[in-house]
Design a protein around this ligand. Structure first.
Ligand code: SR1
Ligand code: MG
Ligand code: MG
Ligand code: MG
Length: 399
């Protein structure tokens, strides 16, 4: 999976000031030239190293993100191409054009060090962390829906001419990161695999799910959809760890899994993590907060469809008429529910679990994991029966 790549220096905090100077970016930090910088490593995601840099406290800092040639949380025994940083850079370039208010200010990519520099969103918090701390998601969902619609419309055959789209598809291939998703999200959770683990309290349920031929058939259908349905450029990993909130903003980060795929995949990942946050709140006895998390599904869907319909009159090919828009949106909804099921399933019985579940005390942790597996199974196998967000509320409380 690592592929070939040139040798490159791995940054440590001490290297960062000189590195930023070499890229001509130090002036962005304000303060007098030569004044000391503070550099903090805050790598907390699964894959990369992140350094936050500040000089003048009154000036926003910078985030320096370097792709390691392996999966950071696993170690060097799981190689992963650093070219994912180039996919992330490409995605930020599109996003800066079509959804600038939803992404950090982007200061460019250095292919020799597989490193990006962007605005430090230090005054914001990761949505997953805020949810675990019991904070309301507010209207995050609506913003995420608009974000997905902007990127999806602009990079679809509705927003681009046919020839330009073919080039976009070719330029945006991200084979190693797609294969990682095909493995850890879309297949391994349904198999006995060394990457998987689960709460011992749901062992019988995990076995039952893996033995269910209907689950297996629909999981295969979803994997194949992910591999073949080239609708639009995606973020590709839009879970609640990729969303930052606060300071009057909703910002989306970490688009290194970006490629041209099914639009429902981005919405589905967001929905799964909203449902998981709702299950957590519910098992902790906060029914009102659970409702607010659940409402993120409806609000993001409204945000998405509202923005997509607003953009629709500007489509480049009027052969796609209003009736077809309805068809298209129905497909996105149903794909989104299925991918929400895939994402929820892997967060409970796959490799990278949701901290929303992992930080619960027993026996609530097992109870919440069981609910997540059941709702995931329902979404994977019965998604065609849900014609709108209202019907989803029954999923959260099911024991
Ligand atoms: C081994 S990678 C596991 C997960 O981390 C990333 O953030 C993606 O969500 C991926 O599926
Ligand atoms: Mg903060
Ligand atoms: Mg494979
Ligand atoms: Mg990520």
């Amino acid at each position: 999976r690592s592929g070939g790549y040139p040798a490159y220096p791995l940054l440590s905090p001490e290297d960062v000031p000189a590195y930023l100077e070499s890229r001509g970016l130090l002036h962005l930090l304000g303060g007098p030239a030569g004044a000391p910088l503070s550099v903090r490593e805050v790598s907390d995601g699964n894959l990369n190293r992140i350094f936050l840099v500040r000089r003048d406290p009154g000036v926003p800092g910078l985030a320096v993100k370097q792709a390691l040639p392996w999966v950071r949380v696993h170690g060097e025994s799981w190689p992963l191409t650093p070219y994912r940083a180039a996919a992330e850079a490409r995605a930020y370039e599109h996003l800066a054009r079509v959804a600038p208010e939803f992404v950090p200010a982007y200061h460019g990519y250095d292919p020799a060090a597989f490193t990006l520099v962007m605005e430090d969103l230090g005054r914001l918090d990761v949505l997953r962390t805020a949810s675990i701390e019991g904070r309301s998601p507010g209207d995050t969902g609506r913003h995420i829906g608009v974000f997905v619609a902007r990127l999806a419309f602009a990079t679809s055959d509705f927003g681009m001419g046919s020839a330009g789209r073919k080039k976009l598809i070719a330029d945006s291939v991200n084979p190693e990161l797609c294969e990682l998703t095909e493995d850890v999200v879309l297949s391994e959770p349904y198999l006995e695999h060394e990457h998987n683990h689960h709460d011992p309290g749901i062992d019988a349920l995990a076995r039952e799910v893996r033995a269910d031929p209907e689950v297996r058939r629909e999981a295969a259908r979803l994997k194949h959809l992910f591999m073949t349905k080239a609708e639009a450029l995606l973020h590709g990993d839009l879970h609640s760890g990729s969303v930052m909130v606060g300071d009057g903003r909703v910002a989306v980060i970490d688009p290194e899994f970006s490629f041209v795929g099914p639009v429902g995949f981005d919405l589905g990942l967001f929905w799964a993590n909203a449902l998981i946050a709702a299950v957590r709140a519910d098992v902790l006895g906060s029914a009102a907060l659970a409702e607010e998390h659940l409402a993120q599904v409806a609000e993001s869907w409204e945000g998405f469809t509202g923005e997509f319909r607003r953009l629709w009159p500007s489509r480049v090919d009027a052969f796609f008429d209003d009736a077809y828009l309805g068809e298209f949106l129905l497909g996105v909804w149903q794909d989104g529910l299925g991918f929400a099921g895939s994402e929820a399933m892997r967060r409970a019985i796959g490799y990278a679990h949701a901290a929303d579940l992992e930080t619960l005390p027993e026996p609530r942790r097992a109870a919440a994991a069981a609910r997540v597996v059941r709702l995931a199974r329902e979404l994977i196998t019965r998604r065609a029966g849900y014609d709108g967000p209202d019907a989803l509320s029954k999923l959260i409380g099911e024991r």
